[in-house]
Design a protein around this ligand. Structure first.
Ligand code: NAD
Length: 495
């Protein structure tokens, strides 16, 4: 099949000399230094972005602060919901354009960009829009003794924290950006977003659409650049909360920086080495398509996706043989070709990281299937299945964030739980079984923020998402995000 034609509007957008988007408009940048955005399928430069200086960041934060105090915090919840819904309508109307921007910079398959990333962006925006009118405090009855007949009453109110810094990774820039923007705007906060330096364009375009949606200037600002620009943002005194999604080492550094000086609110959504446990009763033919789709989607560059298959010994040989045969059928190709089933890894440094793990597996003779970097233009690697026996092996313990899966047998429930929890991470896990009674007994013993049964990596806005252990702090979605983006104020009255 031939490649999807890049839209003229996309071509025009990528050819622009992008600055930062501050106070509702494009602004000139302090710094002449620029970062090239590379198409990972062709290794060609797609566009360049500005590197945000401290001065650029302060302009953006100041704009967000003014918008918070003058405009957004005083906008009625109903109006905030209307504007978020209007933005959702505009994202939907521009869905092909946004999907192509994502595909050109991340190598995400065009159908995944359309039907997962952009479609979910719309769903999440509408979900957050609905919350704007439902944020409330409580009333309480104090027990303070009354000597002279005086009475007491108390209530709590939830108030937006103020300016939020949203720092976003490269794997699902638009959707993860919206998790932060939607949470901030529905609670009455304003936001400065710093997208990843690898995949910046879709969030820059979104900021323009927000103005078209009637969201006041300064409520959403986007400053571009790499880690240092993010550090300036966290250091800014007017930033009251940092919402970060990315790797564990960066998350830990950000957590320390954000809380070290002035105890900003933080939420950290970090990495994982997620286990999929295939129990003795599982029907391999039935579960395999769903399991493999969850595993290799976006070339495994999904924080919640499984990277460790733990298989009951009675099913080990069958799973290995059928999974290896299935992944050899996955067609690797251009992400703009609708018939491709796997695209490239998203960037060169990440290819180097995944290659390191493939080399390690090669040296240790662990490769069951795949294991090679393709000798062609683009950052393509084969979907890979590894036999890993030792639970202290780096391939059992470290996140590759690529299409690289370890398979390890287990014999008993206790051994399974020990293996699942033998990890510094605790983001997600899944159990594949028809024995619901057994699943319900195992679920409380698994150290993970999310656990699925007969499914994996299904994110729904109504269901809280976040990690335990080194996988993070805080929860997104559901009503759990409200706590992170608001201050709880208590009021007591004597009468
Ligand atoms: P990363 O940590 O390298 O970068 C993430 C963002 O942080 C980028 O915008 C980057 O420019 C910025 N950054 C880097 N150093 C910084 C610093 N010192 N201060 C402030 N900002 C800084 O992560 P990545 O490589 O973009 O993303 C991949 C990682 O993200 C994987 O580990 C993956 O598991 C994780 N992830 C987690 C979730 C989740 O919801 N838990 C979702 C997606 C990705």
């Amino acid at each position: 099949m031939s490649e999807v034609q890049v839209l003229a509007s996309v071509q025009q957008f990528i050819e622009r000399q992008h600055g930062h988007f501050i106070d509702g408009k494009w602004v000139n940048v302090d710094n002449q230094q620029r970062i090239e955005l590379i198409n990972p399928a062709t290794e060609q430069v797609v566009s360049t972005i500005a590197v945000g200086s401290q001065g650029d960041v302060e302009k953006a934060v100041h704009s967000a602060h003014v918008a918070f105090t003058n405009a957004w915090a005083n906008t009625s919840p109903y109006e905030r919901g209307i504007k978020l819904n209007k933005l959702a309508d505009l994202v939907e109307a521009h869905s092909e354009e946004l999907a192509q921007l994502e595909t050109l910079t991340t190598g995400k398959l065009i159908n995944l960009a359309r039907h997962l990333e952009v479609a979910n962006t719309v769903i999440f925006l509408r979900y957050f829009a609905g919350w704007a009118t439902k944020i409330h405090g409580q009333t309480m009855q104090p027990s303070i003794p009354s000597a002279n007949g005086e009475k007491y009453t108390a209530y709590s109110i939830r108030q937006p924290v103020g300016v939020v810094a949203g720092i976003v990774p490269w794997n699902f820039s638009l959707m993860i950006g919206i998790w932060k923007i939607g949470s901030a705007l529905s609670t009455g906060c304003t936001i400065v977003v710093k997208p990843s330096e690898f995949t910046t364009l879709s969030l820059l375009r979104l900021a323009e659409l927000a103005i078209e949606a009637g969201i006041p200037a300064g409520v959403i600002n986007v400053v571009t650049g790499a880690g240092q620009t993010g550090q300036h943002l966290i250091d800014s005194k007017l930033v009251k909360k940092v919402s970060f999604t990315g790797s564990v080492p960066t998350g830990i550094a950000i957590g320390k920086q954000a809380t070290g000086n002035d105890l900003k609110h933080i939420s950290l959504e970090l990495g994982g080495k997620n286990a999929a446990a295939i129990l003795a009763d599982a029907n391999i033919d039935e579960i395999l398509p769903t399991l493999l789709q969850a595993t290799y989607v976006h070339q495994g560059q999904v924080c919640a996706a499984p990277e460790r298959f733990l298989v009951h010994r009675s099913k080990y040989d069958e799973l290995v043989q059928k999974a290896a045969a299935a992944i050899q059928q996955l067609k690797i190709g251009s992400p703009l070709d609708e018939s491709s089933m796997l695209g490239p890894l998203s960037n060169k440094p990440h290819l180097e990281k995944v290659k390191h793990y493939l080399d390690l597996a090669q040296q240790n003779q662990q490769i069951i299937s795949g294991g090679k970097v393709l000798e062609k233009t683009g950052y393509f690697v084969e979907p890979t299945l590894l036999a890993v026996k030792d639970i202290n092996d780096p391939l059992f313990l470290e996140e590759t964030f690529g299409p690289v899966i370890s398979v390890t047998p287990f014999d008993s429930d206790d051994e399974l739980i020990e293996m699942m929890n033998h990890s510094r991470f605790g983001l997600t896990a899944s159990l594949w079984t028809n024995d619901l009674s057994k699943a319900l007994r195992l679920i409380p013993r698994v150290e993970a923020g999310s656990i699925w049964v007969n499914m994996h990596t299904f994110l729904d806005p109504a269901v809280p998402f976040g990690g335990v252990k080194a996988s993070g702090v805080g929860r997104e979605f559901s009503d759990a995000f409200i706590e992170d983006y608001t201050e709880l104020k208590s009021v007591m009255i004597r009468y």
